[in-house]
Design a protein. Structure first.
Lengths: 329, 1053
């Protein structure tokens, strides 16, 4: 199978491209930067460039492909709403169009559980329909709209499946792990509430193998959404402590009431919008909610339908993370 | 007392505006517009001739939907609402019946009518009855001023008319049999009126809270009395929606606004509410009320109904309280009864009556011979009933039911023989015992039910004495009063009461006292089958009263103060005692909480106090009265036979409301026999009774019973010294034959107070032959510590429950053997370092674990009903080793049935071998290859993860091997099927507040458990049951942990 992976320079995208390639498929990547993966064909370009632009990289990248795994997205806690819209919604529309035009038959859209999260605790529910009206924050809202777009494009001969890995982490992750470790190191990482909210996460290799499995199962499970996790929820404080221990930094020792953090998050978010600069606010309401409410999912349908199970346990993941930090990254 | 002197003729109601029948508005919650029909019906008089008046009816009917499904109904359920509801009340049954038919189960057509002037049926307004009389004008305040007519508009349809109306309707519908009637409130009376008038169509009767009779001597329910008050009726019922709103407020939990909207829809204006007032005015409060005769006619005629009957009742009903249920049961003793504890007047909203009704009908259909014409397609019968079972939360096959429904051709007036047979089916103990007494045989025959009832009422003493003796001989066991009779001339000690000062009672005295009290009870009117609630602490008094009741066939009701006052109130009310015998605290509670029954006090009170408490007699008076009667030559009546009900014992209520468990005399004798066989308790042995249920059986065994000095309501007050003193008293001349019964809480305190024992105390304890800790599991180490105090004794822990008191038994040595047989892998694992354990535990199959409770006692059989992947115990009963499932037991001393809990009873017998009495314990466990039973937890505590079913006790035991852990509970959080496992721990030393376990403790817990543990929480104390203070309330912990682990505020569990 010839497979195009978009966003392969990202942490998860690179792992996905590597996994599919390792299985003997021919993999091409499409993003603005080199993927850093040996032996793959990188095509550079942006998904925000209209698909019908002459000589746009995307049209070339997708030509001759059997399948597309679309990961490219703007992932951030804050930022310009218009940019989220352009990359996550407009970009997905563009990639879908290009894929259909090129005669691709399988399309895996990599989504996020936040597309169906209204802020309340999630305890053991399966993937609910994406809901842009209820999603919290620009990222979740635009990912929700994009998922609906992708699933609406599911048609005979063009099988679309959406997978939603939850909190992907592992060695080399700049999105989650680095932020936590940096903040912990500078003493800016509080524990929200009592840190007991059960949160399920996904070790990067498991997320990659699940997306790979969805690609294989695409024609069987098209039109569906699946949440992907390790299936090992833990109290958030234990997760943070595990990550900090692996990085050999002190775990968060001070505590902020969850409600105060949510309030402060909203305020800080508002201030940061007016403030020039590219750094991220120390707390957003979204993040405060994420860190003080439970998020764990029913994985039975995911595992049965995709014929997949995570290969790396949470504890094994922490080991690998620790080895990564010990090796002096 | 008749509080209402007025009759319908003197009450005035606002006028109802005439209006034709109409369809309900669209969009009422739960109401399918496809069900609604309008029917034009010609009114007939009682003779059946047409009057020429037409009435428009609105009714709900799922018949057309069944037609679309292409199924032939097995019968019709004719539903009649009460006041002030309408057919909307039955929407749940319509949809459940159609759903069941759709899934292939037997199809029931449901027709739910709106009575005339009610719901969306015709408003007759100023009908012929009221023509020419001024019945006042509508509107609040206008009611009082109008002139009196012969009949008010609202009372235009008295009961007899309404019964006739319903018959006119079913004629117009050309309804054919079989028909099951279903009524609620005053609709219950109307439906019964139809039932007694249509024997050729009738195949069954179902009732929700209703009343078929209003004794002239009793006040009608207070809320109705209020509504009927002069000047109130019209305002409360018609001019304002007060009566309607009050009724709707009776739901538990409260109705949603959209459902309230549904109930109010036909009654939005006073012009449409005339029927509500009319109905209330038609309550025959006085003997001369025009509907009185019809009510009396129906109330008497139902006595002759022989069709299967189901009574579903909500006890929290301020209108139709349990006394109305008692009345219906008295008239229809073959009825099956289920009281939904916590539900009230609007039972149809409070409980899943529809599922219960279909389940009951399913049982009856299921046992009828295959008849494709009756059942539609016969292939669909069995599997589909299973689906209904699942809806009830009780999957599997129903118990044997001899009830049969047969199609009856309309116009065939002869009752089919099958209907007679089904009424004679023996589940109801009153029927059974009466039948048994009359025939002298334990088997239920096929005698006509009416004669059964008669035989119960007219049993002659001499004849019964012979048959009683024969029955006991046939049963091969002694009645409970056997030794009281045999030893009546013995001066040996029968009882010692150590509290407050030792009081010794000889067999001679005890036997005489029992006979005197029995004679006294008979004298004041206690009859066989009457229920006597005993609110007396364990003592010689309790023993004497208990055996006196037993002797004359009164049913003793024993509820434990451990239930707490609200639980006790529910229990006593539900047990509906005819008499209450109590000490001061019990009688004061009875007075304060309005418990029913005539009151007898164990102590004498000053007259004003006695009057206040409603005390009619004291025990001393009864004894005197009885002694005088005996001296005068009066004989005690013949005693009960083995199948007569003897006692109602209440469960601890740790898993929901306390349930009344009925034992027959034969079954209680079997309990004594089991104690004798297992522990050698018998004539000449001493019995120290620190655990009430067994202790009370001492006289039945011929043993010397000693009640130690303790606060019996708080077992943990029992000291080692008190036990030693009791043992010394129990030993008598036969030192070394004493058996000590203790509860786990008592045992803890006995061990804790052992330092105070004197050498003499030690010597006394050394003579104990056996001791038992009964009531809840205890640790091997505690049992070993207690055994060290009684070095000559064998230590036992029996396994049982209120429903089966002695099912299995194990000794301390047996516990050690059992532990050795499985402990090796765990002990080995604990010795390894943590990292390797984690690998080993996940790599190998973990042991099921559990508490070994030993082997079945001599007359008990134990089987397992395996759990499926969803945690439901659906497996066939098996004795295969190492199969984890629900523990199911059978023994001569297993309970007879639950009291007025038909659904619970049915579930507890599910999957039983036909003809055998099995009881599902609600415990989960397995048998090992040596035939030992291991208890792994309670059924509701089974954790159902994505990876399979996990039982809690094994992981708890493994966690408790950790040095920092005092006690652990293992619970699930999240939805069944994808639950996460959570350990909740008491540490050594105890934590002062709730917190997450340290990283090292969490790691250690995960390492020993062997299956994934999402979180480890530390608490200062685990919540336990009230009665034993030892059974951990895992359900509560699970709810608590769910909150904590979703980010909720931190509270103690």
């Amino acid at each position: 199978m010839r497979v195009l992976v978009t966003g392969a320079s990202g942490f998860l995208g690179r792992a996905v491209a590597a996994s599919i390639s390792a299985a003997g498929h021919e993999v091409r990547t499409f993003q603005r930067r080199p993927s850093g993966l040996a032996g793959l064909e990188d095509v550079y370009g942006s998904i925000t460039t209209p698909a019908d632009t002459p000589y746009a990289g995307l049209a070339y990248a997708v030509s001759g492909m059997d399948a597309v795994v679309h990961l490219a997205a703007k992932v951030s806690l804050t930022g310009d709403p218009a940019e989220f819209e352009a990359v996550n919604v407009g970009g997905t529309r563009t990639v879908l169009q290009a894929a259909r035009d090129a005669g691709v038959s399988r399309f895996v859209y990599v989504s996020s559980p936040s597309v169906a999260h209204s802020g309340a605790s999630i305890m053991g529910s399966d993937a609910l329909p994406a809901s842009p009206e209820h999603a919290r924050g620009d990222y979740a809202r635009t990912k929700a709209r994009a998922e609906l777009l992708a699933l609406a494009a599911d048609a005979p001969g063009f099988s679309v499946v959406a997978v939603r890995p939850h909190l992907v982490w592992g060695p080399g992750d700049t999105q989650l792990i680095e932020r936590i470790v940096d903040r912990a190191r500078s003493g800016r990482l509080p524990l929200l509430g009592h840190g007991a909210a059960l949160i399920d996460t996904t070790y990067v290799d498991n997320a990659a193998s699940a997306i790979h499995a969805a690609l294989d199962a695409c024609e069987r499970v098209h039109g569906q959404s699946y949440v992907i996790t390790n299936g090992e929820p833990r109290p958030v404080a234990e997760l943070l402590a595990g990550i900090c221990a692996a990085a050999n930094v002190a775990a968060p020792a001070w505590r902020v009431p969850a409600s105060a953090a949510r309030g402060a998050g909203s305020l800080i978010e508002a201030l940061w919008r007016r403030r020039p600069g590219t750094d991220e606010p120390p707390m957003t309401r979204f993040l405060a909610e994420q860190l003080s409410t439970a998020h764990w999912f029913d994985q039975r349908r995911t595992r049965a339908d995709l014929g997949w199970a995570p290969a790396v346990s949470l504890d094994e993941g922490f080991e690998r993370l620790a080895a990564h930090y010990r090796a002096g990254r | 007392m008749i509080n209402i002197r007025t009759t319908a003729t003197s009450r005035r109601l606002p006028r109802t505006t005439p209006a034709p029948a109409a369809l309900p508005p669209a969009g009422l919650a739960g109401l399918d517009p496809e069900w609604s029909r309008l029917v034009e019906v010609v009114e007939s008089d009682r003779g059946g001739s047409a009057s020429g008046v037409n009435h428009g009816w609105h009714l709900l009917d799922n018949g057309p939907q069944l037609d679309v499904l292409g199924v032939i109904p097995v019968g019709t359920i004719l539903c009649v609402h009460g006041n002030p509801t309408w057919s909307y009340l039955w929407r749940g049954l319509l949809s459940a019946a159609t759903d069941a038919a759709q899934s292939g189960a037997p199809a029931w057509r449901v027709i739910a009518v709106d009575q005339l002037d009610m719901g969306f049926s015709e408003r007759s307004g100023g009908s012929a009855d009221t023509a020419g009389s001024d019945v006042g004008v509508g509107g609040a305040g206008a009611a009082a001023g109008a002139a009196t007519g012969r009949r008010s508009a609202g009372a235009a349809r008295p009961l007899a008319r309404r019964v006739q109306d319903l018959g006119d309707l079913t004629d117009a519908l050309d309804l054919t049999g079989p028909v099951i009637t279903l009524g609620h409130d005053w609709g219950g009376v109307v439906s019964l009126g139809w039932a007694v008038d249509h024997p050729e169509l009738l195949a069954g009767v179902m009732l929700l809270n209703t009343a078929v009779h209003q004794p002239a001597s009793d006040p009608i329910p207070a809320p109705l009395r209020l509504a009927l008050g002069r000047g109130v009726l019209g305002t409360a019922t018609v001019a304002t929606p007060a009566f309607l709103d009050t009724t709707l407020s009776l739901a538990h939990p409260s109705l949603s606004n959209e459902v309230k909207r549904g109930y109010r829809a036909p009654y939005l204006t006073s012009a449409r509410r005339g029927g509500i007032g009319g109905f209330v005015a038609d309550i025959p409060v006085a003997p001369r009320h025009e509907s009185r005769a019809e009510l009396d006619r129906i109330a008497e005629a139902v006595r002759a109904l022989v069709v299967p009957t189901l009574l579903l009742w909500g006890p929290r009903d301020p209108i139709f309280s349990d006394r109305y249920l008692d009345d219906v049961v008295e008239r229809m003793p073959h009825a099956r009864v289920h009281r939904f504890e916590g539900a009230g007047h609007l039972l149809a909203e409070d409980a899943d009556y529809a599922a219960a009704a279909l389940l009951w009908l399913g049982d009856c259909v299921m046992t009828s011979p295959a008849d494709p014409a009756l059942l539609g397609e016969s292939r669909s019968r069995h599997g589909d009933l299973g689906k209904l079972d699942q809806r009830m939360g009780a999957p599997g096959a129903p118990p044997a039911c001899n009830s049969r429904l047969e199609p009856v051709v309309s116009g065939d007036a002869a009752a089919p023989s099958s209907l007679v047979e089904l009424a004679a089916e023996p589940e109801n103990p009153l029927v059974e015992l009466a039948e048994t007494a009359a025939s002298g045989s334990g088997a239920a025959g096929a005698a006509a039910p009416s004669s059964l009832v008669v035989s119960r009422q007219t049993r002659q003493p001499a004849e019964a004495a012979v048959s009683a003796k024969a029955a006991w001989e046939a049963a091969g066991t002694h009645p409970l009063w056997y030794y009281l009779h045999e030893l009546q001339g013995s001066d040996e000690t029968a009882l010692v009461d150590m509290q407050p000062a030792p009081r010794t009672v000889s067999w001679r005295l005890l036997s005489r006292r029992v006979r005197e009290i029995a004679a006294g009870l008979v004298f004041i009117g206690v009859k066989p089958g009457d229920r006597v609630s005993l609110l007396v602490p364990p003592s010689a008094d309790l023993t004497a009263v208990l055996y006196a009741c037993v002797r004359i066939g009164a049913i003793v009701v024993v509820a434990d103060a451990g239930l707490g006052l609200p639980g006790l109130t529910r229990a006593v009310r539900g047990a509906r005692p005819d008499f209450v015998i109590g000490a001061a605290p019990g009688l004061m509670a009875a007075r304060a909480l309005g418990w029913p029954g005539r009151k007898i006090s164990t102590a004498r009170f000053p007259a004003p106090m006695a009057a206040l408490l409603g005390i009619e007699h004291t025990l001393a008076e009864l004894t005197r009265l009885g002694a005088a009667r005996l001296t005068a030559g009066t004989e005690l009546p013949p005693g009960p036979v083995p199948s007569d009900p003897a006692a109602v014992l209440f469960t601890s209520g740790s898993t929901g409301p306390a349930k009344g468990v009925v034992y027959t005399h034969g079954q209680l004798s079997a309990v004594s026999n089991a104690l004798y066989l297992q522990y050698g308790v018998g004539v000449g042995t001493g019995l120290v009774a620190g655990f009430a249920p067994f202790a009370l059986l001492g006289p039945a065994l011929g043993a010397r019973s000693v009640t130690p000095d303790m606060d019996v309501t708080a077992p943990k007050t029992l000291t080692a010294t008190a036990v030693a003193a009791a043992v010394a008293a129990a030993d008598g001349d036969t030192r070394g034959s004493t058996v000590v019964f203790l509860s786990p809480a008592a045992l803890v305190n006995v061990v804790a107070t052992a330092d105070a024992l004197t050498p003499a105390d030690h010597a006394a304890l050394a003579g104990v032959q056996r001791f038992l800790s009964a009531g809840a599991p205890i640790s091997e180490s505690l049992l070993a510590q207690a055994a060290a105090l009684m070095p000559g004794a064998t230590a036992h822990t029996p396994y049982g429950m209120t429903e089966g008191l002695l099912m299995a038994d194990i000794t301390l040595a047996g516990i050690r053997d059992a532990a050795a047989s499985v402990a090796m892998p765990i002990a080995d694992a604990a010795a390894h370092d943590d990292a390797s354990v984690a690998g080993a535990a996940t790599a190998t199959a973990k042991p099921a674990g559990g508490v070994c409770v030993g082997r079945a006692t001599a007359t008990t059989r134990i089987r397992i009903s395996a759990l499926d992947a969803s945690g439901a115990s659906v497996g066939e009963l098996t004795e295969e080793p190492d199969v984890t499932g629900e523990i199911v037991v059978s023994a001569p001393h297993v309970k007879d049935h639950y009291d007025r809990l038909w659904l619970t009873e049915r579930a507890s017998r599910r999957g039983a071998v036909p003809g055998e009495r099995w009881h599902r314990t609600g415990d989960v466990g397995h048998l090992d290859s040596a035939g030992r039973l291991w208890v792994e937890g309670r059924m509701p505590h089974v954790i159902v993860t994505a990876g399979g079913v996990v039982t809690p006790v094994g992981p708890e035991q493994r966690i408790e091997t950790l040095p920092d852990v005092a006690r652990a509970a293992f619970v699930g959080v999240g939805p069944l099927g994808t639950q996460q496992q959570v350990a909740v721990i008491e540490t050594v030393p105890p934590a002062r507040r709730v917190h997450r376990a340290s990283a090292s403790l969490a790691e250690a817990v995960r390492a020993v458990v062997g299956s994934p543990v999402a979180a480890v929480l530390v608490v200062p104390g685990l919540p336990t049951d009230i009665r034993h203070n030892s059974k951990i309330d895992r359900s509560r912990l699970s709810r608590w942990a769910t909150g904590i682990l979703s980010g909720a505020r931190w509270t103690k569990p």
